[in-house]
Design a protein around this ligand. Structure first.
Ligand code: ZN
Length: 161
């Protein structure tokens, strides 16, 4: 079966940051990843590269930031009054927070702290980075109607509900 819209795909993968050569994530020695194709479960550049592939196919693809986790944006760096962190004992650079916004929760990293303001960065940690994926397609199956309706995979490797 060929990978196309609304197929459930299981892959083994390794992700390397191109600039540093650092391995960011790998399913080697662990469970493979299962996702619903065409439902934006994975980054666009990887999903495009998987289109038309079949079980047993192995390939490498380098994905530019705009098709991965986005460009790094200075607009996502904000200064917040220290009072916004009431209840946190000590705010320090490197701390991660989840903030509730009108667009849903976003993850923030504290980059600087002074007496009155805390600087937070809402860029994805992999924003601005080109990523190399090494992929092996393990299996492909039809999605159920329920999976298509939910936009994600059920059962093994997916949502348990
Ligand atoms: Zn579901």
């Amino acid at each position: 079966m060929t990978i196309a819209q609304h197929k459930v795909v299981t892959i083994h993968y390794k992700v390397t940051e191109v600039a540093s050569g650092e391995v960011i994530d790998s399913s080697e020695g662990g469970a493979p990843m299962t996702y619903l194709h065409g439902a934006q479960n994975i980054i666009p550049g990887l999903e495009q590269a998987l289109e038309g592939k079949q079980p047993g196919d192995e390939f490498e693809v380098t994905v530019a930031p705009e098709n991965a986790y986005g460009e790094y944006s200075d607009e996502r760096i904000q200064q917040v009054p220290v009072e916004a962190f009431q209840g946190v004992e000590k705010v320090e650079p490197g701390m991660a927070f989840t903030a509730q916004t009108e667009h849903g929760p976003i993850n923030l990293i504290v980059t600087e702290v002074d007496e009155t303001t805390v600087t937070v960065d809402a860029n994805h940690p992999l924003a601005g980075k080109s990523l190399k994926f090494e992929v092996k397609v393990e299996s492909v199956r039809e999605a159920s109607e329920e999976e298509v309706a939910h936009g994600h995979v059920h059962g093994e490797g997916g949502h348990q509900h």
